[in-house]
Design a protein around this ligand. Structure first.
Ligand SMILES: [Mn+2]
Length: 288
């Protein structure tokens, strides 16, 4: 089955869908463990085991259209253009783009399209890493640089769950005015409301690197880090960060499936579905 949660919902036409699910099996700069190119297909396979009810409502009732996978064989710039094009198509259809990565680099193409199409947006990033290096292993397009590239577009960023940083990133956070609620802060009781700027944009794009979750529940990722978020912590923080805001797009990236660890694939699929529920495109009501 090639469509997200096809087991519960027949795929709908692009113009009738509340969500465009966009698989992007892109893997180029992964520096430690590998396998993110198999992330999208594993998430879609695992999604067939989900229930239609996400615990709150029925996100799938808004209609889901899973597109063909984005072609990832050309230059990175070319792939980013292809992603932007696909995301723009979703926005033009008044659907919420839901991108399945792939390494974190793919978020650049989606965020750029949302920014160009919708004007001012902010980023809610759940991640173990800041991804703010200017270059990594000789590449500006490394997954470790993606939020630096986003910040260069003048887009405000809120980072949640970070717990692994280099000195360059510590400096970059200050100079780029990045808002942070690190994993240690959360553990010690700091609230999102303590750090959230009052003027954070009303339109937000949610990028969820699965390594933001604790490595014990998400071992299937390139650089698993201890001390991460629980499933409910992560969802509650995304809900809080997006409350009274419009979610204009989202992605789940950096799943690197491992044979025999199907719980990780399922966790990523459930995460994607619950995030779709939280996002609730303005056009739709939740229940069915
Ligand atoms: Mn990341």
């Amino acid at each position: 089955m090639n469509h997200f949660l096809q087991s519960e919902y027949a795929p709908v036409a692009p113009d009738a869908a509340g969500f465009h699910i966009i698989p992007v099996p892109f893997e180029r700069s992964v520096s430690y463990g590998c396998g993110t190119e198999r992330g999208p297909e594993s998430i879609i396979a695992a999604s067939q085991q989900l229930e239609a009810f996400d615990g709150v409502g029925f996100p799938g009732a808004l209609g889901m259209h899973t597109t063909a996978a984005v072609e990832t064989s050309g230059s990175t710039e070319h792939v980013m253009d292809a992603i932007s094009c696909r995301v723009k198509r979703a926005l033009d259809a008044c659907a919420l783009p839901v991108m399945l990565g792939g390494e974190h680099t793919v978020s650049f193409g989606a965020i750029r399209a949302a920014h160009q199409h919708l004007g001012q947006i902010g980023i809610v990033q759940i991640d173990a890493h800041a991804d703010l290096r200017d270059q990594y292993e000789g590449s500006k397009w490394s997954h470790a640089c993606v939020m630096r590239r986003v910040s260069e577009m003048g887009i405000p960023i809120l980072q949640i769950g970070v717990r692994s940083l280099c000195a360059e990133e510590l400096k970059a956070r200050k100079s780029l005015n990045v808002t942070c609620l690190d994993a240690q802060d959360i553990h010690r009781g700091v609230a999102l409301s303590d750090v959230m700027p009052a003027d954070f944009p009303k339109q937000v794009y949610v990028t969820f690197d699965v390594d933001g979750l604790d490595a014990s529940l998400m071992p299937a990722t390139g650089t698993p880090e201890p001390g991460g978020l629980t499933f409910w912590q992560a969802l509650d923080l995304v809900a809080e960060a997006t409350r009274d805001r419009d979610v204009v797009g989202l992605d789940v990236v950096e799943l690197a499936p491992q044979a025999g660890l199907h719980h990780a694939d399922y966790t990523a699929a459930k995460l994607a579905y619950c995030l779709m529920g939280l996002a609730r495109p303005a056009s739709a009501s939740a229940s069915s």
